[in-house]
Ligand binder design. Structure first.
Ligand code: SF4
Length: 259
């Protein structure tokens, strides 16, 4: 068989396949070419359907922090850190060296929340790395954990100048990040270190000397207020009270079957 005859047969076979496919789709014939005389006014044709987008529309980002939709784990924390970015939401941004986000196990059962970074935390970008941090590490070890077993962060992520107390507008601007960190990590127990963390998490302004050792809750998570390690460095006579508070936390974790 000559090449041209074979090509003709292939062409006929392809055309037949095409007709069968059109028939299955409900087409009644083969359209003729465009008429040489067309009148747009008499056209009965449907308006062109909108073309399918060649790339899918971007899906909206997931809502990470609504109830029940939290991205639990390190991915959630990474997304939150990206959300904070080079934050300029309050005036503490001007004097900081690093945003001190938080560190530790992203699904820790036990979370420690302090007040704000100090000079060394600001320098290194990690929470509780100065002398107070070394004492916190000892406290954590005394409870039978290592730092990497728990999650550690502060209410405020940037250092206030000269370590002054955080101001209400700074807390108001920054607390959303702690709220989201807690929602992501989902700790079973929180230890509030010092007055600011205790007042924020417990929702009351009782002096820390009376608030400490008394279990409270934050969104149904048990919160144990106790002294800040920096305060314990200044007044070692309070260490016994702090240890008593931490023993309550250990008992609570034991009761929950987490120790
Ligand atoms: S303290 Fe918080 S709100 Fe203020 S700049 Fe730092 S990260 Fe942003």
């Amino acid at each position: 068989m000559s090449a041209s005859r074979q090509e003709l047969r292939d062409l006929v076979a392809a055309f037949r396949t095409h007709l069968e496919a059109r028939s299955r789709c409900g087409a009644l014939g083969v359209p003729r070419g465009p008429s040489p005389v067309t009148s747009p006014a008499l056209s009965l044709a449907e308006p062109d359907a909108p073309e399918e987008p060649t790339t899918p529309y971007p899906t909206p980002p997931p809502v990470l922090y609504d109830e029940g939709q939290v991205m639990h784990s390190g991915r959630g924390l990474t997304a939150l850190r990206a959300e904070i970015g080079d934050c300029q939401r309050c005036k503490l941004a001007r004097g900081r060296r690093h945003i001190v986000f938080g560190m530790g196990h992203p699904e820790a059962n036990l979370m420690f929340v302090g007040e704000a970074p100090g000079a060394e935390e600001d320098e290194q970008g990690e929470p509780f790395v100065g002398p107070a941090g070394q004492l916190l590490t000892k406290m954590i070890r005394a409870m039978g954990f290592e730092r990497q077993d728990v999650y550690i962060c502060n209410v405020i992520k940037c250092r206030p100048p000269q370590n002054r107390n955080p101001e209400p507008d700074e807390i108001a601007a920054c607390e959303q990040f702690l709220r989201k960190q807690i929602a992501i990590v989902q700790p079973r127990v929180i230890v509030a270190l010092g007055k600011f963390a205790a007042h924020y998490l417990c929702g009351e302004t009782t002096p820390i000397t009376r608030l400490r050792g008394n279990l409270r809750t934050y969104r149904e998570i048990p919160v144990m207020p106790t002294y800040h390690p920096a305060f314990l460095l200044r007044d070692a006579s309070r260490k016994g009270e702090a240890w008593s508070d931490l023993k309550q936390v250990m008992a609570l974790l034991y009761h929950m079957g987490l120790r």
